[in-house]
Design a protein around this ligand. Structure first.
Ligand code: FE2
Ligand code: FE2
Length: 177
């Protein structure tokens, strides 16, 4: 096993263990919702995100075990370029999270689609929570490898949020007021 240059602090370990549990919850929810969703496109979206959450789980698990992160390096270049867009996007999600429950168009989308919309909005809220927890964890990371891995994962959580948001918008399940 390859070891990190510096040992993880207690705080890092504790935050990583929390995030490991969050990822586990995400995997389970996406798997369940992929089965429950009516729309094949949404099923596919949930399945795809589930496997990305699995990668996050594996990365954090490796960090906790003190091994070097193989996947973390891949996203770093993208991460540096993408900084600006990420901030903008967080604001959109923040605004949306508050309005989401009223925004299901009941008459037009029908009951089944309404169920799909609820699954989608539930995952959007989950992603928003997890992204915010990663934000805290990034600030508390003393170890640069841990910090970079968490930043990379957080960017993907924000992309998940964007995908869910776009699905809702494209299907008339969200009123952009
Ligand atoms: Fe994740
Ligand atoms: Fe995610």
């Amino acid at each position: 096993m390859v070891h990190l240059k510096n040992k993880l602090t207690q705080k890092e370990q504790s935050l990583l263990r929390d995030q490991l549990n969050h990822e586990k919850l995400c995997i389970q929810k996406y798997n369940n919702y992929a089965q429950q969703a009516e729309d094949p496109q949404l099923k596919q979206l949930f399945s795809q995100y589930s496997s990305q959450e699995q990668e996050h789980y594996d990365t954090i698990n490796q960090l906790l075990q003190g091994s070097q992160i193989l996947s973390a390096g891949q996203g770093q270049a993208q991460m540096m370029q993408g900084g600006q867009g990420v901030g903008q996007y967080s604001m959109e999600v923040g605004a949306m999270g508050q309005q989401a429950p009223q925004s299901v168009k009941q008459g037009r989308t029908g009951l089944r689609n309404q169920d799909d919309a609820m699954l989608c909005m539930d995952m959007l809220a989950t992603e928003k929570f997890i992204s915010s927890a990663y934000d805290t964890a990034v600030f508390e990371s003393a170890n640069p490898e841990v910090r970079q891995s968490l930043q990379h994962i957080q960017k993907e959580e924000q992309q998940h949020g964007e995908g869910l948001f776009n699905y809702l918008s494209e299907h008339g399940m969200y009123d952009a007021q």
